[in-house]
Design a protein around this ligand. Structure first.
Ligand SMILES: Nc1ncnc2c1ncn2[C@@H]1O[C@H](COP(=O)(O)OP(=O)(O)OP(=O)(O)O)[C@@H](O)[C@H]1O
Ligand SMILES: [Mg+2]
Length: 238
């Protein structure tokens, strides 16, 4: 589903990613960890096609990202959903309208849209806020709207950037149950997080640790220990 080969990315003179490789099979679950500034968001933005891939090669959901024309981005984004670190919900639309948007773009029927929006809002404990404007919501509620909007389309690949950053642990764990449910139904997931409890909540997941733009640790299911030994970071995951 995701194959990244020796990718580097610079912002001016600063190299945010240096020679990063990763491969994730269809149906896999990968945590992206590492301290602030490690390059997690940059990597997710490249995979979503919101930054151009200039060095190295990457294939995502069957799309070669190098040289991918802007006109093909909507096709890529039919397969790939993203939860941005800064939410990006539309403040002047209601919760239900925000969540319905990607289904409307795909031309789904009104009845299907309503059914799926209601189901996703229920699973994220947002039903009571359905008619509220997003501008009236707390940060944690906006974050859940962003998550609802990304999963409502049943994406093949879900990229989630610190999706539990503004939530208390109970809510974060509930949210992880929702992600795990989607994963069980076949969605491939890459989730960036600083949170040790979140990483522990999916013991069968893989983990890739970045620091200063480089891969400094990698672990398969149930092998968290050695990664911490190889790469002791300030990251609380270790
Ligand atoms: N648009 C940008 N312009 C210039 N530099 C950037 C830009 N985006 C990121 N960077 C730099 O690239 C590096 C990696 O940033 P990135 O946002 O990918 O880190 P991160 O691992 O997601 O951090 P955090 O955990 O704080 O979200 C940082 O040094 C950052 O300052
Ligand atoms: Mg980030």
């Amino acid at each position: 589903m995701v194959d990244v080969r020796r990718v580097s990315h610079n912002f001016g003179t600063h190299w945010a990613l240096k020679d990063v490789s990763l491969s994730l099979e269809k149906g896999g679950f990968l945590f992206l960890t590492g301290p602030s500034g490690a390059g997690k968001t940059t990597l997710l933005r490249l995979l979503y096609g919101s930054l151009p891939l200039t060095r190295g090669a990457a294939e995502v959901a069957g799309f070669q990202l190098k040289g991918l024309k802007k006109t093909r981005l909507p096709q890529l984004r039919r397969q790939v959903s993203v939860v941005f670190q800064d939410f990006r919900v539309l403040p002047d639309r209601t919760v239900a309208e925000n969540v319905a948007l990607p289904l409307e773009v795909r031309g789904e029927k009104r009845r299907t849209i309503d059914r799926r929006v209601n189901a996703v809002l229920r699973s994220l404990n947002l039903s009571s806020k359905s008619r509220c404007l997003c501008a009236e919501l707390s940060g944690g509620e906006q974050q859940r709207v962003a998550i609802a909007r990304s999963i409502v389309v049943n994406p093949k690949l879900l990229l989630a950037d610190e999706p539990t950053g503004n939530l208390d642990l109970d809510l974060a764990m509930h949210l992880m149950d929702v992600f795990k449910q989607f994963h069980t139904f076949g969605t491939t997931i890459i989730l960036a997080t600083h949170n040790r409890e979140i990483v522990r909540s999916v013991p069968h997941a893989r983990r890739l640790e970045l620091a200063d733009g480089q891969v400094v640790g990698e672990a398969q299911a149930g092998e968290w220990g050695p990664v911490c030994d190889i790469a002791p970071q300030e990251d609380p995951v270790c």
